[in-house]
Write a protein that binds this ligand. Structure first.
Ligand SMILES: *[C@@H]1O[C@H](CO)[C@@H](O)[C@H](O)[C@H]1NC(C)=O
Ligand SMILES: *[C@@H]1O[C@H](CO)[C@@H](O)[C@H](O)[C@H]1NC(C)=O
Ligand SMILES: *[C@@H]1O[C@H](CO)[C@@H](O)[C@H](O)[C@H]1NC(C)=O
Ligand SMILES: *[C@@H]1O[C@H](CO)[C@@H](O)[C@H](O)[C@H]1NC(C)=O
Ligand SMILES: *[C@@H]1O[C@H](CO)[C@@H](O)[C@H](O)[C@H]1NC(C)=O
Ligand SMILES: *[C@@H]1O[C@H](CO)[C@@H](O)[C@H](O)[C@H]1NC(C)=O
Ligand SMILES: *[C@@H]1O[C@H](CO)[C@@H](O)[C@H](O)[C@H]1NC(C)=O
Ligand SMILES: *[C@@H]1O[C@H](CO)[C@@H](O)[C@H](O)[C@H]1NC(C)=O
Length: 388
């Protein structure tokens, strides 16, 4: 802010047009030069000025921090420029340049955050979760008085809709968060304004532009299944549901596979979304009981979803498969041990394996000697695994 104010003063001193404005002229000069009378409206991000006759060209500049500048050209005959939504809480310097056939105008205006330094809310962040919910949170400004109250407004990028937070989270009566259950009004990019009131001092605002993609935390991958042969287990899953439909390559995953009895080091396996949501886990028989959990993130931003429910696979030595499990015995080579209990989507777990014949048999138990199990496919979805 200090920097900007200095810049403002300097530019005032240096800009030739300013040297001609009334306050810089000596008293005897009769006809004060007309000024543009530039005005900035932060709500609509519009910079406007008094129209000048015979205007040949014009230019609007928004100067953010040090080097950041946005330049706009007003349309013919229009005496205003409209900027995209931009965070303004650090202040901005705006400049209008207008050339007419007779002369050239150049005028600046500083827009600064009103209120006491350090009173604005800080540590503002938002997260979208489970597709349809959003939580935002913030903390009181260090210099904010005890009676401060904050208000959050969210505006879509088309500025069609501005709404106040429908449900605040409070701490000792102060709003410190917001919970939204209906995100239908959000566009890809949204403007968040956090302003405040107090009886003793002006409260500065904080504002930020957040894209829904940046702040969405994915749900864990769904429908995890494990399919094993003698040497490998293929773990498959569905990509998480997201606000926008995304291709496989937009995701990355982490698998956490552990032996159930001997707790091994947490050693996660990274899997790119390009691999179509499957992982071939080398694990030869006899195979101990394992559990796998999976989490997901955007391929570029490792902001991980929570872990999925653990899914158990492998032998379950000394245990019997629960009631309701059906065993499909193949042509003496492959056997599918299938748990149907409470598992609705079980048919999805049947990839087209040509070797399998639809023959039911009671001859093979899961606890059978190793020799009998060689070459079996042991398929047991999460819902059968008892401890969870
Ligand atoms: C605009 O241009 C016309 C013709 O060139 C001229 O007569 C008039 O004085 C100009 N107006 C101003 C405000 O300079
Ligand atoms: C106005 O004229 C000046 C000098 O002739 C030139 O440097 C400047 O770029 C012009 N401004 C616009 C907006 O065209
Ligand atoms: C705000 O964030 C900073 C750094 O991220 C942290 O050090 C500080 O404790 C946070 N303040 C509050 C009040 O949460
Ligand atoms: C979001 O806020 C709600 C209500 O305060 C809370 O119950 C929930 O646990 C929060 N969820 C996340 C992911 O922050
Ligand atoms: C969400 O908000 C939109 C627009 O404000 C409204 O049309 C819709 O009915 C709301 N949905 C729910 C589930 O409340
Ligand atoms: C906060 O901003 C909203 C939206 O622009 C506005 O309606 C409200 O009056 C502001 N409140 C304060 C205290 O500045
Ligand atoms: C087991 O599956 C792996 C890949 O998952 C495959 O390469 C291997 O040939 C299979 N072994 C048998 C005996 O089918
Ligand atoms: C999980 O599988 C079921 C059944 O096929 C399907 O309806 C559901 O959409 C899947 N879930 C996800 C998140 O893909």
């Amino acid at each position: 802010m200090v920097l900007l104010a200095t810049a403002f003063l300097l530019s005032k001193l240096l800009a030739p047009a300013f040297l001609l404005t009334p306050e810089h002229l000596d008293p005897p000069t009769p006809d004060p030069e007309p000024s543009l009378n530039v005005k900035f409206d932060p709500r609509t991000m519009t910079l406007a000025w008094d129209c000048k006759e015979n205007t040949t060209s014009g230019r609007c500049t928004m100067l953010l921090k040090e080097e950041d500048r946005v330049v706009k050209k007003p349309r013919k005959k229009e005496c205003w420029c409209n900027f995209e939504d931009t965070p303004l809480h650090r202040g901005v310097l705006l400049e209008v340049q207008v050339n007419t056939s007779e002369r050239s105008f150049r005028e600046k205006v500083l827009y600064s955050n009103p209120g006491g330094e350090g009173t604005a809310a800080r540590n503002f962040s938002c997260v979208i979760y489970d597709v349809d919910f959003m939580n935002c949170s913030w903390a009181k400004g260090a210099a904010a008085p005890g009676d401060v109250q904050y208000f959050l407004y969210i505006r879509d990028s088309k500025r069609k809709r501005e709404r106040e937070c429908p449900r605040y989270v409070q701490h000792l009566g102060t709003h410190v968060g917001c919970h939204l259950r209906n995100l239908s009004g959000l566009t890809f990019r949204n403007y968040f304004l956090l302003n405040g009131t107090s009886r003793t001092v002006g409260i500065q605002f904080f504002d930020s532009i957040l894209s829904t993609k940046e702040i969405e935390r994915y749900s864990p991958p769904a429908n995890i299944s494990v399919l094993c042969n003698a040497s490998h287990c293929v773990i498959r899953w569905d990509k998480p549901r997201t606000r926008r439909a995304l291709s496989h390559s937009e995701f990355q995953y982490q698998l956490d596979i552990q032996r159930k009895v001997i707790l091994t080091q947490p050693d996660t396996i990274d899997v790119s979304g390009d691999l179509e949501n499957q992982y071939h886990f080398p694990s030869s028989e006899p195979r101990a009981t394992h559990v796998v959990r999976i989490r997901a993130a955007d391929a570029r931003i490792p902001d991980w979803s929570p872990w999925s429910r653990p899914v158990e696979f492998g032998e379950r030595v000394g245990r019997h498969v629960g009631k309701g499990c059906v065993r499909l015995v193949g042509s003496g080579v492959f056997t599918l041990s299938l748990c149907l209990r409470r598992f609705l989507g079980v048919h999805r777990l049947f990839p087209p394996i040509p070797q399998i014949k639809d023959k039911l048999s009671e001859n093979h138990q899961v606890g059978d000697p190793v020799g009998h199990r060689r070459g079996w496919l042991d398929l047991c979805p999460a819902q059968c695994a008892s401890p969870w």
